[in-house]
Design a protein around this ligand. Sequence first.
Ligand SMILES: Cc1cc2nc3c(=O)[nH]c(=O)nc-3n(C[C@H](O)[C@H](O)[C@H](O)COP(=O)(O)OP(=O)(O)OC[C@H]3O[C@@H](n4cnc5c(N)ncnc54)[C@H](O)[C@@H]3O)c2cc1C
Length: 399
Amino acid sequence: MSDTHTVRAFLEAGHHPWGADVAAFVARELRGRPHPTDDDTARSEARELLRLMGDEGLYEPIRDRDLRACCLARELVAAASPLADAVWALQGLGTTPILLAGTDRQRERWAEPALAGEMMGGFAITEPGAGSDVAAMTTRAERDGDAYVLQGHKWFISNAGIADFYVVFASTDPDAGSRGVSGFVVPADTEGLEYAGPQVMSAPHPLGELRFEGCRVPVDNLLGEEGRGFKLAMMTLDQLRPTVGAAACGMAERALREALGHAVRREQFGKPISDFQLVQEKLGRMAMDLTASRMLVYRAAYEKDLGAERITTEAAMAKAFATEAAQRIIDDAVQILGGRGVMADHPVDLLYRSIRALRIYEGTTEIQHLIIAGMLVAEAKAEEEPSPRGAGSDGGASR
Ligand SMILES: Cc1cc2nc3c(=O)[nH]c(=O)nc-3n(C[C@H](O)[C@H](O)[C@H](O)COP(=O)(O)OP(=O)(O)OC[C@H]3O[C@@H](n4cnc5c(N)ncnc54)[C@H](O)[C@@H]3O)c2cc1C
């Protein structure tokens, strides 16, 4: 159960029953469900989880733009099933650009069915030559009459091969760099779009490659204005990065719970290992890291829900801190569990394999640090600029 007490200052009354409902769903449908051990099973299980969570209304806060409810959902789901969490994450990534910039027709045709769990979405921006450097993308979308023709290669695409549609980012004006990127909705059965095979991860997570060869996408599928795709992608990530942090909190909380339970039961040298100060030091650090992560995650979501247009810095802090902290917490949990922690069927082993990707996708930790520092440096430079009367940073009498 999410520790809503810790973050109660950031929540509203309605969030508590929502958290309780999600927790009940997780206990009923996800806990105890076998975790797939091969890619094919992960893919069919992902489609099943899509429907289960849709029937329960778990994607509704994405439409309602209730970021705190989104964070609660991911935190609770991820603690029980990292695969279900990945499914939730992609419904967010696949629908948010449409909700932010789409037409009524685009919302009705793709976002609404996806939010009901009837369609699976995907979000395709990464390419072999364009990972952190998104603007280096070479996938082209050239206008040809009433369509754009897409040509290129995307990889590391979650839900590749099982999604019903993808939000694809491609360059409509290569000379304009990031200002020449546009977003499109591309149904999976569009001619010229080929699923080029899986990229199999160490933890269950459907991932793969897409190739576009003369793929004609109607102009009606352009998301927002031509050339505004990069901004749309960044706004989408701003909004969803706190939820990645929330998922990390869920996984970390589960690991802490498993470690704590083990530490009080397991006896060595004639007493429970929880009595040893070296184990207690770990437990103390794990709890502190988890609490700090939650504060950053729900602070970011709270700012957005209160009406902040962008939460770039807050989202970057939440994502970077919570995912790095969760990695440390889960690693400590494995250590406390001893040999049991590396058994393939132990929940902490699955968490250990699953958490790693969260430090990479939706922008690596290093990129989050660059975002935060970039904002700080820009502010500091602006303060250094001479005032109209020629005063320096400490010479402005009006400040
Ligand atoms: C499980 C998973 C799911 C994913 N799902 C999707 C998806 O659905 N859609 C999608 O489009 N993409 C997806 N991705 C791709 C993901 O967003 C990229 O992997 C990520 O952005 C990093 O790109 P890269 O792997 O090319 O690494 P690179 O960009 O090559 O980075 C390699 C290393 O260099 C560092 N680095 C790069 N630039 C700098 C810099 N300027 N300063 C300091 N360090 C730097 C990085 O931090 C990293 O440590 C997914 C990835 C994973 C692992």
